[in-house]
Ligand binder design. Structure first.
Ligand SMILES: CC(=O)N[C@H]1[C@@H](OP(=O)(O)OP(=O)(O)OC[C@H]2O[C@@H](n3ccc(=O)[nH]c3=O)[C@H](O)[C@@H]2O)O[C@H](CO)[C@@H](O)[C@@H]1O
Length: 373
C-alpha cells in the first residue's frame, strides 16, 4: 500500500500527520508513506528526523485584504497544484491524508480530482480555512471537537475521532522519561513551552519563575523557548541577574525533539493552548496552566483552553493578564496543594481520547474498501 500525508506550517499540523503515518504503517505492514510539505515550513526539519521520504511543494496563505502579495500567492497556488498533481500521478497512493496548513490544499485537491480516497483531519474547535474548503472534496473529515462539526457543509462526512497523538507519547512512562532526561525521581518537574514556535509572553514570564525557583530542592524546571526566541530569552535571563550556569535545577532548550520524555516526566505543564498540545496533555493526564495565544484565528485557543478549564483539568491565564508574578503564584499554589494537582490530573486524563489514531485509520480503511468495491 502507498499513502501520501500532508500537513504543514506548525507542529500542530505536522505531529498529527506523523502519528497517522505511523498508524498506517502499523495497519498495513510494508506500507510506504510519502510526506508532502513545504520546504520553508517546520515540516522539512521535523519530518527528516522521522526517516520518512519528503517532497516539498510551494504553498502560502492569502492575506485577508487586497494586496500584491495575494497575486503572488495565487500564482504559487497554481504552481503548487501542478507539483502536487505530479506527485499524486507518480506516487499512485491508495489514499491521501491532510492535517491542515496551506500545503494540504493542493495535495488533497489533486488527489480528490483523481478519485484517490482522501481524509482530512481538523484539530481545532474552529476549523481552518483550508479544511473548510477541502471538506467539499474530501471523502471523510475527522474532527477533534464536536463543536467544529457545524462549520462543515456536509455533516454526513464528518467523524468525531479526537486528535491522533504520536504513539511514543501514548506509551511514555515517568520513570524511564526521568532517567532519559537525567532528572531526579524525588523532584516535581515543571515543563513550560509556548507551542511549536515558542511564545514570547511565556518566555518573559518564565524568567521570573526561574528566578523564584532557582535551586529550590522541591522541583526541576525544563523551559523550551522556541527556536526563534532562544537568544532573546537567554539575554533577558542574564539581564535579570540569572546565571543559568549556576542553577542546578533548570534546563533551557530551544526546541524539544524528545517531547515524549519531557511530557512523560512532567508533573505540571505551562503552555499555549494549541490543539495537539492539549490532546497530548489529556491522554497523559497532565495538569496544566494554559495561556491561550490571543491572536489565533477566531480566538480558537481560548475555546480549546476553556474546554479543559471547565472540567477542572487546567487553570487558564489570559495573555493580557500574564506576568511573572501571576505565573509564579499559580505554580506555587499547585506545588503546595498536591491534592488539587492530583484532581486536575485525573480530570485531564478523563478528557483524553486514546483511540483517536485507531479511529482515523479505520476511516481511511473504509474509504479504501469503498473505492475497491
Ligand atoms: C498560533 C497558532 O495559531 N497555533 C496553532 C498551531 O499551533 P502549534 O503548532 O503551536 O500547535 P500545538 O500546540 O497544537 O502543537 C504543538 C506540537 O508541537 C510539539 N512540540 C512543541 C514544542 C517543542 O519544543 N517540541 C514539540 O514536539 C508538541 O508536543 C505538539 O505536538 O496549530 C494548532 C493545531 O492546528 C492550533 O491549535 C494552534 O492554535
Amino acid at each position: 500500500m502507498r499513502f501520501v500525508v500532508s500537513g504543514g506550517g506548525t507542529g500542530g499540523h505536522i505531529y498529527p500527520a506523523l502519528a497517522i503515518s505511523r498508524g498506517l504503517k502499523e495497519k498495513y505492514p510494508g506500507a510506504e508513506v510519502l510526506y508532502v510539505g513545504t520546504t520553508q515550513g517546520m515540516e522539512a526539519d521535523i519530518v527528516c528526523k522521522e526517516n520518512l521520504p519528503f517532497r516539498g511543494i510551494v504553498a502560502s496563505g492569502l492575506e485577508r485584504k487586497l494586496s500584491l502579495h495575494n497575486l503572488l500567492v495565487l500564482w504559487q497556488a497554481g504552481r503548487g497544484f501542478w507539483q502536487a498533481a505530479g506527485i499524486i500521478r507518480q506516487w499512485r497512493p491508495d489514499a491521501v491524508i491532510g492535517t491542515g496548513g496551506y500545503v494540504c490544499g493542493p495535495v488533497v485537491l489533486a488527489a480528490a480530482l483523481r478519485r484517490v480516497p482522501t481524509l482530512i483531519h481538523e484539530q481545532n474547535a474552529f476549523p481552518g480555512i483550508t479544511n473548510r474548503i477541502l471538506s467539499r472534496f474530501a471523502g471523510c473529515v475527522a474532527v477533534t471537537f464536536a463543536d467544529s462539526i457545524k462549520y462543515f457543509p456536509n455533516p454526513n462526512k464528518v467523524r468525531l475521532t479526537g486528535l491522533p497523538v504520536r504513539p511514543e507519547i501514548l506509551t511514555a512512562e515517568r520513570k524511564t522519561a526521568l532517567e532519559k532526561l537525567g532528572l531526579s525521581h524525588d523532584r516535581f518537574l515543571l515543563l513550560s513551552f509556548g507551542g511549536s514556535r515558542g511564545a514570547r509572553a511565556i518566555n518573559e514570564a518564565m524568567v521570573s519563575v526561574i528566578k523564584k525557583f532557582a535551586n529550590d530542592p522541591r522541583l526541576s524546571i525544563i523551559h523550551v523557548t522556541g527556536t526563534l526566541g532562544y537568544q532573546e530569552f537567554i539575554d533577558n535571563a542574564a539581564a535579570s541577574g540569572i546565571n543559568l550556569d549556576k542553577i542546578g535545577n533548570v534546563t533551557i532548550m530551544s526546541y524539544a525533539y524528545n517531547m515524549q520524555d519531557a511530557l512523560g516526566a512532567a508533573n505540571l505543564v505551562v503552555s499555549r493552548a494549541g490543539a495537539a498540545t492539549l490532546a497530548e496533555l489529556t491522554v497523559m493526564g497532565i495538569p496544566s496552566i494554559l495561556i491561550p495565544y490571543p491572536h489565533a484565528a477566531e480566538n480558537h485557543q481560548e475555546f480549546n483552553a476553556r474546554a479543559l478549564e471547565k472540567e477542572n483539568a487546567a487553570l487558564v491565564v489570559l495573555d493580557r493578564e500574564l506576568n511573572g508574578e501571576v505565573l509564579c503564584g499559580k505554580i506555587a499554589e499547585l506545588l503546595d496543594y498536591r491534592d488539587k494537582l492530583s484532581a486536575m490530573s485525573a480530570a485531564s486524563k478523563r478528557l483524553g481520547k486514546r483511540d483517536a489514531l485507531k479511529d482515523i485509520i479505520e476511516c481511511v480503511d473504509e474509504l479504501i474498501k469503498a473505492r475497491n468495491k
